[in-house]
Ligand binder design. Structure first.
Ligand code: MN
Length: 309
């Protein structure tokens, strides 16, 4: 069985269906977060991903847009102009969808790969990423989860410290796993930065390029950083323990990927393919955003990938 990791769906159901039509069975899917928002079919996409997860065909992780939906639903955060979440809020199955969404993990390990939506701070090992993601996962399942959503937003603290406690600690974990792009030499997260890596401020690097990253050598699959396009690299080792409770019958073998592209002007889903039959990344067809014209996407820049692992 092959496992395919699929990046930021963002409400683009038609593209998901087109992509899936090209992925051979039997297969297993891992959706690495941002299931909803920005795209034209957030409700239908959420229902479809839920259906596949509940049927045991897929795993889905939380991304920042999914957390935003939870916060909007809880009344702790306003909608943005670019949001396409209203149809979920108006849906008869709103409560079931929201409760299912908040039951999703933030990190997942399977077949020797760690999957997260955005990143892993350089100080954390793979085991720590899984453990800390689990802490947020448990907090979101408590009856008083809205109290946490109320205090979840903010860019501080931006530097990991084992002494962090309470909401500060959980906020850091959420920001790392669902928003991280760049860090400085100390491993401090620069969360305001959202541009391409070439625009990164002096003294910062993409989190995966930090020279002392504790996960160095471990294959990590993630999405989120849409302006980066995608990249693939041969993995050097597979050191990741299976997450507690996670099925690991599927074997991701040799290829992993950076897997999202989704901007206001152009959207494309990308699957990180780990299959003997599909040894390279498989880009999905162009999408047609509701309010704009797709633009040509840059070809992947292979040379940048060599430094990933
Ligand atoms: Mn994201």
């Amino acid at each position: 069985m092959s496992t395919y990791v699929i990046g930021d769906l963002q409400g683009c159901l038609a593209s998901l269906e087109t992509l899936l039509a090209r992925l051979p069975d039997p297969r297993r899917l891992i959706f690495v977060g941002d299931i909803v928002n920005r795209g034209p079919q957030s409700l239908a996409t959420l229902r479809e991903v839920r259906r596949r997860v509940e049927a045991g065909q897929a795993v889905a992780l939380l991304g920042n847009h999914d957390l935003h939906l939870l916060a909007v639903d809880a009344g702790t955060r306003p909608q943005h102009d670019s949001d396409t979440l209203q149809e979920i809020l108006d849906a008869p199955d709103r409560r079931q969808l929201i409760d299912w969404l908040r039951s999703l993990p933030l990190a997942h390990a399977e077949g020797g790969h760690l999957c997260v939506h955005a990143g892993v701070p350089p100080q954390w090992t793979v085991a720590q990423a899984l453990e800390y993601g689990e802490d947020v996962h448990r907090r979101l399942q408590r009856d008083d989860y809205r109290d946490f959503l109320q205090r979840m937003y903010g860019n501080q603290p931006d530097l990991w410290n084992d002494a962090l406690r309470g909401d500060d600690r959980l906020r850091f974990i959420v920001n790392a796993l669902t928003r991280l792009r760049i860090v400085d030499a100390d491993g401090r997260m620069h969360l305001k930065f959202k541009d391409s890596a070439s625009q990164a401020p002096k003294g910062t690097v993409p989190w995966f390029d930090h020279p002392d990253r504790a996960t160095r050598g471990a294959p990590i699959v993630f999405g989120h950083w849409s302006t980066r396009g995608w990249c693939a690299a041969r993995t050097s080792s597979a050191l990741i323990p299976a997450a507690s409770g996670a099925a690991s019958s599927a074997r991701c073998d040799s290829t992993t990927a950076f897997c999202s592209r989704s901007t206001a002007r152009s959207r494309r889903l990308l699957a990180a393919v780990s299959s003997p039959r599909y040894p390279a990344l498989l880009p999905a067809p162009e999408l047609r955003p509701a309010r704009s014209t797709p633009t040509a996407l840059r070809a992947p820049r292979e040379p940048a990938c060599g430094r990933f692992w």
